[in-house]
Design a protein around this ligand. Sequence first.
Ligand SMILES: [Zn+2]
Ligand SMILES: [Zn+2]
Length: 742
Amino acid sequence: MIVRITLEIALGKEFDYEVPSEFEERIALGSRVKVPFGTRQLMGVVTALPATSSFPVLKPIIDVVGQGSLVTPKVLDLARWMAAYYCCPIEIALKSVLPVAVRRDREGWKKQLHIRAVEPTGQVPALTERQAALRSILQQWKELPLQEFLKLTRSTAATAKKLEDAGVALICREVMERDPHAHEHILPSEPLALNQEQARAHAAILAAMNQKEVQQKPNVFLLHGVTGSGKTEVYLQAIDHALSQGRGAIVLVPEISLTPQTVERFKARFAVGKRATLVAVLHSHLSDGERHDEWHKIREGRARIVIGARSAVFAPVDPLGLIIVDEEHEHSYKQEEAPRYHARDVAVVRAQKEGAVVVLGSATPSMETYHHAKGGKYHLLEMLSRADDKSLPWVRVMDMRGEGRHDKGIPILSQQLKEAIDQRLEKREQTMLFLNRRGYASSLQCPQCGYVAGCPQCSLSLTYHRRQQRLRCHLCGHDERAPICCPVDTCRSAEIRFAGVGTERVEDTLARLYPTASIRRMDSDTLKKKEDYKRILTEFRQGKVDILIGTQMIAKGLHFPNVTLVGIIYADLSLHIPDFRAGERTFQLITQVAGRAGRGEVEGDVYVQSFTPFHPAIQYARRHDYVGFYEQEWEFREQTSYPPALRLALVTLRGRQEAKLKLSADHLRQAIEGATQDIQGFSLAGPAPAPLERAENHYRYQILMRAQRMSRLSARLAGVMDSMRLPQGVKVSIDIDPVNLY
Ligand SMILES: [Zn+2]
Ligand SMILES: [Zn+2]
């Protein structure tokens, strides 16, 4: 038997080994093996089982880890596709497919001692009275962890050992499964009656799931449903159908919405009650051990529903019936390191390979997805009213240009928003205020000499954190004491002051305006511990908090019936990012945040403060008009040849020496131009300094490419990178379908 193996170290090659007969039974595609490599022993993954090898002499493998394989052959195939499409070596793609926790060279199970009652062979030995009593307790339990037995019977390990010696008990090591959610108590939920729009969507998805023959094009639905339209209930009933077909389902949610609230809704339907099935949850807060165990539950087919963030798209569910990508427009589905995959796009490819159906859900679909739906590549399902017939919140746009008074500058809250908060406090209703910038102020400036405190390592200004009196870089984490006067030697002015607003400053302002109100702030500065998030949200739900201020953490997924007012402090913030998607992001953000209002009995109000109140992104969001926004945005994308009109690939070069970097970038451009002549619609811009010119002490240059289709361009870029020798200290990354251009 011969195996082809990808080693864990980055070599971009595969190697053949021989399998000694004693291992043959345990070897399958995806098995982890230990092999000799030069003078070392390395771990690898079996990626093929070739009948013959072109190498005359093969070394034997040393060991096989675990029983069977942790990855399905179908997912291995997906890894190959990823490597080719996203221009990365196969071993990098495999690392995403198999999490670290299950790639270890040990098995990774936690084991503990159990004690089990056994019938003695032959004559029953003479037992003391105490021993006989212990034996009868053990017989009732049949088997239990030794520690629990000792506690229960108030006995010692020595006593237990005597039972074993007498032949009436057996002490052995058993695998103990860690369950990160063992202490939850969840009440089962029953399927809800669907309204007309939900029922139509449900029927279309089920019809696709019932199709027997393999489909030529991917079976993808865009479920465009306004906030509160009841998308989750449609997901739940579609999952139920997958289970009834004997297949499993993967639910992807953005890491940020992987809250206890979300997970509970799925568990309440499937994990408790009569037909309980295991629901595996994969998120970044799991310990390695917990992740290992969740993974095994899935691989062994015990957990057939998986909920998780981005990387859960690789969960070894088999057979797979359904993948749901909730909030499909979210940028956190894109991995910002190699392999730079987009989980939504990987989901579509995986589903097609495995004959599954994909449902992409959003109130604000990405331009790309809606474009596919309009063009007929995906099926469009619309749910444009809220599930319980509640109306969408009333959105008012505040023109902040008129709010400034010449003596005091522009206030953080407009007069109208202040009055609206007053009313809510009187009526004991709740308010959420949103600002996507943490810290106190976005920069520290000297009005005398024009000095701005910048990061020594990045081309960014430092954010002022007042509580700690620190200046921090939100990119590289650089942290220094805030100066009390201008640090420029020739100036030393004491008038140095901060500019721009962050959540900390909003909190201070509110505390001054409403001294008796209970106010909480939620951003990564206030959430230091794992439990903080849950604690603040629980306080808010219980009505102990009047005003919740937060960054994007409070923008999505949360459902609080008593929130009747939502304020967006500075809606223009996302308009100013140097990216062609700035308008799209702003529209999405306002719509998502506004969706938090009016989820209960009382209708909701939304106040959007802006310095560019007539910007289309803001105006379309005010009218809840997604299609209007899409159409005007499409015109802009078509004129400027940005996605979805054309596809993008971005090459970024990084290095400490700018001249050397620039030279490498020029060489790379020539090589790319030479290799891409026949690609349809191909064009190239750059090399030019990236919008973020310097980060963590490295200069950054970019080459931006456009093409009609991506797969051929990916292959050519991979070829160029293989043949190109870059000087030391210059690093290159390739980003296919980038979502961040800075
Ligand atoms: Zn100065
Ligand atoms: Zn920095």
